[in-house]
Design a protein around this ligand. Structure first.
Ligand SMILES: [Zn+2]
Ligand SMILES: [Zn+2]
Length: 134
């Protein structure tokens, strides 16, 4: 069963096979913060070949390394695509069932940028930069 999701207005829909998911986590970087409007961004990484999209997202170059897809109508942030095409990270909260076990965050990244008033209350691995532990 693919995991399906959509932007707030429903103009852009996406789905991805559960087998194509590569892990999930929280990002504390300043780019995710500004673009999401939230202190952290919950993401799930996936094989880009497995991401199916209906509708026409707009793109924003958020860094020299990649771009973000968002809905041109409602502005929902949908996913990040690095230029090298090695993966995508989809915003986990756009899925119809964001509590699906496959979407449960397993680590924190960019905790060097973590806001001082945001307290992490779990024992998940933490990476100060984007380097994945292990
Ligand atoms: Zn929309
Ligand atoms: Zn980030």
């Amino acid at each position: 069963m693919p995991l399906a999701g959509h932007c707030h207005c429903g103009g852009v829909r996406l789905s991805v096979a559960a087998e194509a998911l590569l892990g999930a986590g929280y990002c504390h970087c300043s780019i995710c913060r500004r673009l999401s409007g939230a202190p952290v961004n919950a993401w799930v990484a996936a094989d880009p070949a497995a991401l199916a999209v209906e509708g026409a997202p707009s793109w924003y170059r958020s860094s020299p390394h990649g771009r973000r897809a968002f809905c041109p109508n409602c502005g929902s942030q949908l996913w990040y695509a690095p230029d090298d095409g090695s993966f995508v990270t989809i915003n986990a909260t756009v899925f119809d069932d964001p509590e699906a076990p496959a979407l449960r965050p397993g680590l924190h990244i960019f905790t060097a940028d973590q806001l001082c008033w945001f307290e992490i209350a779990d024992d998940l691995p933490r990476s100060p930069d984007g380097t994945l532990p292990g």
